[in-house]
Design a binder for this molecule. Structure first.
Ligand code: AMP
Ligand code: MG
Length: 413
């Protein structure tokens, strides 16, 4: 049985992890189309200004300011058309105008676009305009969005769809990104059978493994390569050889189960024996037994086995840790105040995360739990859209009191 160590608060554990984990020291180059979700490894600079040429912001007519009359109708001779992708190549001379459309290059000689709504008469080549009243030029100058050479992304930033769009527009075809983190995922326990095994083949006392499939998907959006390493038996020798083999191939191992103080809980002791145990146990409910350490050059996170404890610790600990290894920081979870619609019984000591359902009303947000909160009860996630955070300093919480909630959608970004 593992020796007892000082239990850490969640923030202390995250700080300890942050101090240990480093961004990769290498990078690879990938095509922009494959770069979504990856972490930028070297600064990215715009290859051209945006827009690269003065462009019309409206459909209308490109004119010379000197030709405009502010007090009376005026007319100009139309000498050509400039469409997006098909610029007018001539020069606009005094008394002339060119038909322009949004995104088209502004013809040289002209310095203002009169919107087409201000045309009062149009013959074959003569356009008559209303008196000019607007101070707006309707021209997007070169570089009004981005200037050539401007830094568009720095190391550690994750490539979002928005960034992809800007990089594409700014002429970037390839980017340097950190390698994906190789995450080896194990379950542990003699009772576990792989999902998909016919139900009639399940022996008395066996259950289906719920954690591996969930863990892989809880990490899926991060820049990782998840490797399904199957299930560890409750046998210290077999655990040792499996962990050693996996540690040589992965950047981080994640196990679930076998980290508590039961007779068949071997993981903590095996980390201690085979590598280095950094901490074990958090002031967290669910999720108290959680081991963090390393084996060879691989980190290892031993998550508790009850499926709810696995999920909560994956969201609150494993995801930020893996992001760190990937070279980026996840933003701190969004915490929102909500009014509690049911009473919560809570003893001070550990911060607890219940599954809840929040909704907006006229005054803010209200939240209620999703039923029995046992750490084996995956049903408590059914219809949940947030975690309810009951701070370790708090006792019972009454109906109508304010409580913090963490929206699940935010925890998964
Ligand atoms: P342990 O810490 O190994 O005693 O596991 C705690 C509880 O979680 C036990 O009831 C296990 O059967 C259960 N458990 C552990 N791993 C899994 C898993 N992968 N899927 C479903 N239940 C699990
Ligand atoms: Mg077990």
């Amino acid at each position: 049985m593992p020796q007892h160590s000082q239990a850490l608060d969640l923030e202390e554990a995250l700080t300890a992890i942050r101090q240990q984990l480093r961004a990769p020291s290498t990078y690879e180059t990938c095509e922009l189309k494959d770069a979504f979700g990856r972490v930028v490894a070297t600064p990215i600079h715009a290859a051209l200004s945006l827009p690269p040429f003065a462009a019309s912001a409206m459909d209308g007519f490109a004119v010379r300011q000197q030709d405009i009359v502010a007090t009376a109708d005026y007319s100009l001779r139309q000498v050509g058309t400039s469409l997006a992708g098909h610029p007018y190549t001539g020069v606009v001379a005094p008394g002339e105008c060119v038909r322009v459309f949004t995104g088209a290059a502004i013809p040289s000689g002209s310095d203002l676009v009169v919107v087409q709504e201000n045309v009062i008469e149009q013959t074959l080549d003569r356009i008559t305009f209303l008196p000019h009243t607007s101070a707006e030029h309707h021209i997007r100058d070169i570089g009004n969005d981005v200037t050539k050479g401007q830094c568009l992304a720095t190391p550690g930033e994750r490539i979002s769809p928005f960034m992809l769009g800007q990089l594409a527009a700014a002429g970037i075809g390839k980017v340097d990104v950190f390698p994906r983190v190789r995450v080896g995922i194990f379950s542990s326990g003699d009772e576990l059978r792989d999902p998909g095994t016919p139900v009639q083949d399940l022996a008395y006392g066996q259950i289906f493994d719920a954690n591996r499939i969930t863990l892989a998907k809880l990490l899926d959006d991060l820049p990782v390569q998840c490797i399904d390493l199957g299930c560890l038996p409750d046998d210290p020798n077999k655990i040792d050889s499996a962990l050693q083999r996996a540690a040589s191939e992965c950047d981080v191992l994640i196990t679930s189960g076998g980290v508590s103080v039961g007779d068949a809980d071997y993981i903590v002791e095996r980390i201690r024996q085979q590598g280095e145990l950094q901490f074990w146990r958090l002031n967290l409910k669910p999720g108290k037994p959680l081991a963090f350490g390393r084996i060879q050059s691989s980190w290892i996170l031993g998550l508790p086995g009850n499926p709810i404890s696995t999920i909560i610790t994956a969201l609150l600990v494993a995801r930020p840790a893996i992001a760190q290894l990937a070279g980026t920081d996840l933003p701190a979870p969004l915490r929102i105040n909500a009014t509690l619609k049911h009473p919560i019984v809570h003893s001070p000591g550990r911060t607890e995360y219940q599954r809840g359902q929040f909704e907006a009303d006229q005054t803010g947000y209200t939240v209620t739990h999703t039923g029995d909160q046992g750490s084996n009860r995956l049903s408590s996630f059914r219809n949940a859209n947030c975690l309810i955070e009951i701070d370790k300093s708090r006792g019972d919480v009454a109906i109508g009191e304010e409580i913090l909630i963490l929206p699940l959608t935010n925890l998964l970004h």
